[in-house]
Design a protein around this ligand. Structure first.
Ligand code: C2E
Ligand code: MG
Ligand code: MG
Length: 664
C-alpha cells in the first residue's frame, strides 16, 4: 500500500475484535464500566478500520470512486477524535469513582462534549468548505487548513486526561495508579517507533495497548478489590491467610463489625450507608500503621498486621477505638458508629484459615457486653480471641451438634411450670419449658444456654414445633384420662414467625391431637417484634384468628416500643423477674409496678409476675393487687408425669392445687 505500512493496524484491529468477541453480551450488563468499555472497543474498531480504509483509498485514489473515497475520509475524520476521547473518558470515569468532588469531571466532560460537537460540525460541512481536505482534479488528496484539528483534538484529549490524572494523583487508588503509570511508558515506546519508522501507522496500535492495559488491570483488580471500599475482598483475605499460614508467618488479625449497620441504611438511606462503608474503607487503607485492609462481609472489615511492620497491634487497636469513638461525616451529616473489634493472633491461637475464619465470625457475632449503670454497651468493644473464648466457641459448636442430634433422636424432654393464683390455691395456667441433657455425661444444659445457640444455628423453628407438638400431646393425653388441663403456654422465638408454613403447621398439630386452640397460648418477648414488627404482627393476627392466645413474656426486660406493645392484643402480660426484684428495692419502680398492675387490670389484661420465690414476695405482690404468679415458691417446673398426676389430684381436691409425686 504505497509508502504506508499497515501491519500493526491490522494486528491492533484483530486484537480489539478478539476482545470485542470475548466481551460479547457484556453490553447488556448493567455495569456502567463494562458498557463504557464495550463502547470504547466499538469506537476503536470503527476508527482503526476507517483509518485503514481511508489511507488505502487515498493511496489508490485512481481505483476507488470519488464518492466512496470521500465517504471513507469522512468516516476517518468522524471517528478518530472519538477514539481518543472515549479511551480518556473511560479512564477518567474510573478516577471519578474514587474522587468525591464530581464538579471537576463535570467541567472536563462538558469541554469534551462541546469540542467534539464543534469538531463534528466542522467535519460534516467539509464537502462544502474543504477545510479538512479535498481531492484535486487528479484525484489527489490535499490537506485543508483545519486538517490538523483531528490529530490536535486527539492529542488534546490525551494530554488533558493525563493532566487530570496528575492533578488528582494523590486521590487515586494504588490499583489505578499502577494502571496509569503504564501510559507514559506506552506513549514513549510508540513515539520512538513512530520516529524510527515514520511510515508505520501507529494510532490504532496505541489505542489497542491502552484498551488492553486498562482492561486487564481493571479486570484483575475487580477480582481482588471490593469496588465500594477499595479494600481487598473476602477472597483475597482468605488467600492471604492461606499464604501466611502456609509459611507460618506471625500476624494479628483485627476484624471489625459495624453494629446495627442495617439501621444506618434504613435511617439514612443505602447511598449514605455506602458512603459510611467507603469512609471506613478509606480510613483502614490509610492507617498510620502499615496494615493490609480487607472487607470481609457487608459491614465487616479485617486488617492484617505483621510484627515486622510499624507500630504494634495494640497501637492499631487503640487507633481504631479512638476513631470509632469520634463521629463520622457523611454528606455533611455527623453520625456516630458503634463497632466491635476482634483481635486474633496467628498462628498462636488459630493457624488454619477455616479455623481463623470461624473464630473471627464467632467473636464478631457475640453480643456486646453491657457496661455501665444503664446497661448500655460501650460504643466500641475490643474482644481478644484467646483460649477461653476459643473454649466458649467449641462449647457452642458442641451444644449445636447435640441439638441437631436431639432433634433427630427426640433427645429433648419437657417440663410444665404452673401459673398460680396469688394464694397458691388454684392453678390458672402452665408454661411448657424445654429441657436437654448432655447424653455423654447426663449433665443438664440450661435452655438459657442452648436456646440462643439454637436461634443462631437456625434450629429454633424445628425445636419450637417439637415443644408445641409435645404440649398438644400432653393436653390430649390428660383429656383422654379425663383430666382437664389448664391453658398451657409455649415460648416462640422471632425466627418461628418468619417460617411461612408455621401457622398451617400449628393448626395441623392442633387438629391431629384434637386440642382446642384456646388451650394453647404463645409466649413472645418484646424482642420478637424488634426486627420486623409488621411480619410478626401479621402472623400473630392469623394465629389469633384461628383461636390461639398470646402472652407477652419477660415484660420490662426488652427494648420494644411501649406504645406498639400496648396496641397488640395480648391476653396476659408476664412481668419479668427483674421488675419484681427492682421494685422491692427501688421506690419509683415500686410505684410504677403498682400503677401498671392497676392499669392492666383496668384494660382487662391479666398480669402474671414471674420468678416469685419467697412468702415475703407473695405478701408484697398481694398488697399491689397482683392476682397471678409463676415461681419456685408455689411450684417448680414439673415433669410431665408429676404435672399430670398433680392435675388429677387437684381435680379430686375440688380444684384446689395439690402437687403430688407422679408415683403417688
Ligand atoms: P421464660 O420463658 O421466661 O421461662 C421462665 C424461666 O424462669 C424458666 O427458666 C423457669 O424455670 C424460670 N423460673 C420460674 N420460676 C422461677 C423462680 O422462682 N426463680 C427463678 N430464678 N427462675 C424461675 P428456664 O426453663 O431455664 O428457661 C429459661 C428461658 O429459656 C425461658 O424463659 C425461655 O425464654 C427460654 N425457653 C425455655 N423453653 C423454651 C422453649 O421451648 N422455646 C423457646 N423459644 N424458649 C424457651
Ligand atoms: Mg416464657
Ligand atoms: Mg419469662
Amino acid at each position: 500500500m504505497g509508502d504506508w505500512f499497515f501491519a500493526p493496524e491490522f494486528v491492533a484491529l484483530g486484537v480489539l475484535i478478539v476482545l470485542l468477541f470475548y466481551m460479547r453480551g457484556s453490553y447488556s450488563v448493567a455495569i456502567r464500566h463494562t458498557r463504557m468499555f464495550c463502547t470504547v472497543l466499538w469506537i476503536s474498531v470503527g476508527c482503526i478500520s476507517s483509518n485503514i480504509l481511508s489511507t488505502s483509498s487515498i493511496v489508490h485514489s485512481n481505483l476507488v470512486p470519488l464518492w466512496l473515497n470521500d465517504l471513507f475520509q469522512m468516516l476517518y475524520f468522524f471517528t478518530t477524535p472519538f477514539m481518543a476521547a472515549s479511551i480518556v473518558t473511560y479512564i477518567l470515569l474510573q478516577v471519578q469513582d474514587e474522587f468525591r468532588n464530581k464538579q471537576i469531571f463535570k467541567w472536563l466532560f462538558t469541554i469534551y462534549g462541546v469540542t467534539i460537537v464543534s469538531y463534528l460540525a466542522v467535519a460534516a460541512t467539509n464537502p462544502f468548505t474543504h477545510v479538512m481536505y479535498w481531492f484535486d482534479e487528479d484525484l489527489l488528496y490535499v490537506r485543508g487548513p483545519l486538517n490538523f484539528l483531528t490529530m490536535g483534538l486527539s492529542l488534546f484529549y490525551i494530554f488533558s486526561g493525563i493532566l487530570g490524572c496528575l492533578i488528582l494523583w494523590k486521590y487515586i487508588s494504588p490499583q489505578l495508579r499502577r494502571v496509569l503509570k503504564w501510559f507514559p511508558l506506552l506513549v514513549l515506546a510508540l513515539l520512538t517507533v513512530q520516529v524510527i519508522f515514520p511510515n508505520v501507522q501507529m494510532s490504532g496500535t496505541a489505542a489497542m495497548f491502552c484498551c488492553l492495559v486498562s482492561y486487564l488491570n481493571f479486570q484483575s483488580s475487580k477480582l481482588t478489590t471490593d469496588s465500594l471500599t477499595l479494600c481487598g475482598n473476602r477472597l483475597v483475605f482468605i488467600n492471604s491467610l492461606d499464604y501466611y499460614m502456609r509459611y507460618k508467618q506471625a500476624l494479628t488479625i483485627i476484624a471489625i463489625n459495624i453494629r446495627q449497620f442495617k439501621r444506618i441504611n434504613e435511617e439514612l438511606g443505602t447511598y449514605s450507608g455506602d458512603m459510611v462503608l467507603r469512609n471506613i474503607g478509606e480510613m483502614l487503607r490509610n492507617l498510620p500503621y502499615q496494615c493490609e485492609a480487607f472487607r470481609i462481609g457487608g459491614d465487616k472489615f479485617a486488617l492484617i498486621w505483621q510484627p515486622t511492620r510499624s507500630g504494634s497491634a495494640t497501637d492499631v487497636e487503640r487507633y481504631l477505638v479512638e476513631r470509632f469513638e469520634n463521629p463520622w461525616t457523611v454528606d455533611g451529616v455527623e453520625i456516630n458508629l458503634e463497632a466491635d473489634l476482634v483481635s486474633l493472633m496467628c498462628p498462636q491461637i488459630a493457624s488454619k484459615p477455616d479455623e481463623i475464619l470461624s473464630f473471627l465470625e464467632y467473636a464478631l457475632a457475640l453480643p456486646p457486653e453491657n457496661s455501665g449503670e444503664d446497661h448500655i454497651p460501650a460504643p466500641v468493644e475490643v474482644r481478644i480471641c484467646d483460649a477461653s473464648l476459643r473454649s466458649k466457641m467449641h462449647r457452642r459448636e458442641d451444644v449445636v451438634s447435640l441439638l441437631r442430634k436431639a432433634l433427630l433422636t427426640s433427645g429433648f424432654s419437657y417440663v410444665y411450670q404452673p401459673i398460680m393464683d396469688i394464694d397458691g390455691r388454684k392453678i390458672e395456667a402452665a408454661e411448657c419449658l424445654i429441657r436437654m441433657n448432655d447424653p455423654r455425661t447426663g449433665a443438664p444444659i440450661p435452655p438459657s444456654e442452648f436456646i440462643p445457640y439454637a436461634e443462631t444455628a437456625g434450629l429454633i423453628p424445628q425445636i419450637g414445633m417439637k415443644v408445641f407438638e409435645n404440649t398438644c400431646k400432653f393436653i390430649h393425653h390428660c383429656e383422654e384420662k379425663g383430666i382437664s388441663a389448664p391453658p398451657i403456654s409455649v415460648n416462640f422465638s422471632t425466627r418461628q414467625f418468619y417460617n411461612e408454613s408455621m401457622v398451617d403447621h400449628v393448626m395441623t398439630l392442633l387438629k391431629r391431637w384434637n386440642v382446642a386452640p384456646d388451650k394453647i397460648k404463645i409466649e413472645v418477648t418484646e424482642g420478637t417484634f424488634i426486627a420486623n414488627y409488621f411480619r410478626v404482627e401479621s402472623v400473630m393476627s392469623r394465629l389469633i384468628d384461628n383461636g390461639l392466645g398470646f402472652y407477652l413474656d419477660d415484660f420490662g426486660s426488652g427494648y420494644a416500643s411501649f406504645s406498639r406493645m400496648m396496641s397488640l392484643p395480648f391476653e396476659c402480660i408476664k412481668f419479668d423477674q427483674s421488675i419484681l426484684s427492682n421494685s422491692q428495692s427501688q421506690r419509683r419502680m415500686h410505684e410504677m409496678l403498682g400503677y401498671l398492675v392497676e392499669g392492666f387490670a383496668h384494660l382487662g389484661t391479666r398480669v402474671v409476675v414471674e420468678g416469685v420465690e419467697t412468702a415475703e414476695q407473695i405478701a408484697y405482690l398481694k398488697a399491689l393487687n397482683v392476682r397471678s404468679v409463676q415461681g419456685f415458691y408455689y411450684a417448680r417446673p414439673l415433669s410431665e408425669e408429676t404435672f399430670c398426676a398433680s392435675l388429677a389430684a387437684t381435680q379430686a381436691n375440688g380444684d384446689l392445687w395439690k402437687e403430688t409425686d407422679s408415683l403417688a
